[in-house]
Design a protein around this ligand. Structure first.
Ligand SMILES: [Zn+2]
Length: 276
């Protein structure tokens, strides 16, 4: 499932390819988890010019010059492909947009957990229901040791689960939560309110470092994720604990352990990340 680095990578590619383009037509097959019928989509988009593609949490915001926009989410397996329009749908193509320069921007999604929503108001004010109640953006200054400490005082939730809750912090999924906790030396099962300011600072810094490194590598491809041009992310080889149960810890050589936590796998080194 794409996390913040993958969505950021795709966002930058879309912005490069779509900025300044006018949409001349659009259609949807109505199979995405949240979808719009073709008539509404066509009526909303046709003739609009894309001024930018930005991101809030894991939502891609296609901003039109009249400030309205589209809110897209990749779900588990969503991807975008932009090619010259040959009038043919690609496999798993769930929606498409025709551009004035003759290209076809395709929203493909094998499992259909992706979403497509219209935002008639000012999209960047983030008042649309899909964008309300989202937590802190981890790469902004608002997310730091103090805010993490302040927001987590009343929660008994294990720190990894807390970090992955989009109401607290956005875009940190299972891969990067595991990696950040390893880097910060914090056991994933630690109740978050037990973290003092010192450990909160270490964790916030680790989250930022991991996400920035992953963005620089174009994200992490485990199975489906691809950039708009079809290329894979290269951060997988840099993962120190995720998916490495039984392998030696890169720091101390002890065996990496795997623990199921709320249905998601936690990977950690019991020596470098002791329970306390
Ligand atoms: Zn270790």
């Amino acid at each position: 499932m794409p996390e913040l680095p993958e969505v950021t990578t795709i966002c930058r590619s879309l912005d490069r390819q779509l900025r300044g383009q006018v949409i001349t037509g659009a259609a949807s097959c109505g199979r995405l988890r949240v979808d719009v019928d073709s008539v509404s989509l066509q009526g909303f988009c046709a003739g609009k010019c894309i001024s930018a593609v930005t991101r809030r949490a894991k939502y891609l915001l296609v901003v039109f010059t009249d400030r309205s926009g589209l809110i897209l989410h990749l779900g588990m397996t969503g991807s975008f492909v932009i090619t010259p329009d040959d009038g043919q749908a690609r496999p798993y193509e769930r929606a498409y947009f025709l551009l004035a320069d003759g290209r076809r921007w395709r929203f493909c999604d094998i499992r259909c957990f992706g979403s497509l929503q219209l935002c008639p108001g000012d999209i960047q004010s983030c008042t649309h229901p899909a964008l309300a109640d989202l937590g802190l953006e981890p790469l902004t200054g608002d997310f730091n040791g103090s805010s993490l400490h302040r927001l987590s005082r009343n929660s008994r939730t294990p720190v990894k689960t807390w970090l992955m809750d989009q109401h607290n912090v956005v875009g940190v999924g299972n891969i990067y939560a595991n990696e950040a906790l390893f880097q910060a030396g914090i056991n994933p099962a630690t109740p978050v309110r037990r973290l003092g300011l010192q450990r909160c600072r270490r964790l916030a810094a680790a989250v930022k470092t991991i996400l920035q490194a992953a963005i620089a590598a174009g994200g992490t491809t485990i199975s489906d994720y691809r950039d708009v041009d079809g290329s894979e992310g290269h951060f997988r080889t840099a993962l120190e604990v995720y998916g490495r149960a039984g392998e030696p810890c890169p720091r101390c050589g002890d065996s990496i352990e795997r623990l199921l936590q709320g249905g998601r796998a936690a990977f950690f080194c019991p020596r470098c990340q002791p329970r306390r």
